[in-house]
Design a protein around this ligand. Structure first.
Ligand code: NCD
Ligand code: ZN
Ligand code: ZN
Length: 351
């Protein structure tokens, strides 16, 4: 006879970190920071503002604006990045490192939201990459080619062969994080490299495949870059995230856009998941029968990669069915968090 195990009523993990988040600026920043700060002890904040954060000075000023938006009594550490442009110099890298900037972000020009100032050809940034390699500053990559002739569903896998692999051969000691991986090919590539390469995985790429975006009606809140792929890729990501492999860790890529810029004829790319981020990850891990693997993925592997201490605090989630609000009103415009149909079965204890 087969005994049915009753589901656990709650789960407690070391407080997680978000190794890839967009917090924006101004009114939007004030609206979204509390959600990330409530769940995560630290977060790596992406620099793709308009104009982008390209210098140590700008990163420090942005850090102050983020800290001003953290609710009183909440401990949250933003970890800052700068945006690599064709004009970034080795001296810019050294100054950033000295100011506590933890990583540098590569957006191929035109690849995603606010990437127009991105790198047009990698040879132009060779001195900056050489300085990063020498100083141990990781490069975070949005791993998609921008060639309009390449199908949008193939842009990540083509990037591996034509950009990432040559880049790693030119800079073998450069530490690289392939951000928001979405394909089986990217998982296999990361697994093929013993050291110095890691990847973040979003909750939405673990939970959804491209039917969520396209089948039975176009759902713009599921539109992000890299775009959701076939179910078999989602399965490969889930296996990587739940497999205990230290090269994979949590990065929500929570990317808020005002509702009217998502629900329109040419909508922005980005899923806003911060209000329910850890709940989404728990849902994905539970579906894979791997709740016991969540803590390593969410709270250990990223800190270990960045050489930072693991968090001492804890976060508890309770099993409870609830429907999070579908709209969050902000000072100027509303936001629509990405919530699975039917709501959620987990909730952060203080949520
Ligand atoms: C991000 C954004 O909106 O800033 N959008 C997205 O679809 N992921 C940019 C990014 O991370 O590529
Ligand atoms: Zn990106
Ligand atoms: Zn992002």
């Amino acid at each position: 006879m087969c005994a049915t195990r009753s589901p656990v009523p709650s789960i407690t993990i070391a407080q997680p970190d978000d190794w890839h988040v967009h917090l924006r600026d101004g009114a939007m920043l004030s609206a979204v920071v509390p959600y990330t700060a409530r769940q995560f002890a630290r977060a790596i904040v992406m620099p793709n503002l308009l104009p982008p954060i390209t210098t140590a000075e700008q990163a420090l000023a942005y850090r102050q604006r983020i800290l001003s938006a953290v609710p009183a009594g909440v401990a949250f550490t933003p970890l800052m990045t700068i945006y690599l442009t064709d004009r970034t110099t080795a001296a810019d890298i050294a100054r950033a490192r000295d100011a506590g900037v933890v990583a540098v972000k590569l957006y191929p020009a035109g690849a995603t939201t606010n990437s127009d100032a991105g790198v047009t050809a990698l040879h132009r940034v060779a001195p900056a990459l050489e300085a990063m390699q020498r100083l141990g500053v990781p490069l975070l990559v949005h791993g998609e080619v921008t060639d309009p002739a390449v199908d949008i569903f193939d842009r990540e896998s083509v990037f591996l062969d034509t950009v990432l692999d040559p880049l790693r051969k030119d800079f073998p000691a450069l530490r690289v994080v392939m951000e928001h991986v979405t394909t089986r090919e990217a998982v296999q590539y990361v697994q093929s490299v013993a050291q110095g390469l890691a990847a973040t995985i979003t909750a939405h790429h673990l939970l959804f495949h491209r039917n969520a975006l396209l089948a039975g009606g176009l759902r713009p809140h599921y539109y992000c870059l890299p775009i959701l792929k076939r179910a078999e890729h989602r399965d490969a990501l889930l296996a990587a995230a739940t497999g205990g492999d230290r090269r994979f860790f949590l990065g929500t890529d929570s990317a808020p856009h005002p509702i009217h810029r998502k629900e329109c004829a040419q909508g922005c790319a980005g899923c806003f998941t911060a209000p329910v981020a850890i709940e989404l990850y728990v849902t994905a891990f539970e579906a894979a029968g791997a709740l016991d693997r969540l803590e390593a993925f969410a709270s250990h592997h990223g800190a270990d990669f960045y050489g930072l201490p693991r968090n001492l605090g804890a976060l508890t989630l309770h099993r409870v069915a609830w429907e999070p609000p579908k709209r969050i009103d902000t000072a100027d415009e509303g936001l629509h968090p990405l919530i699975p149909e039917g709501g959620l079965g987990w909730r952060v204890a203080n949520g």
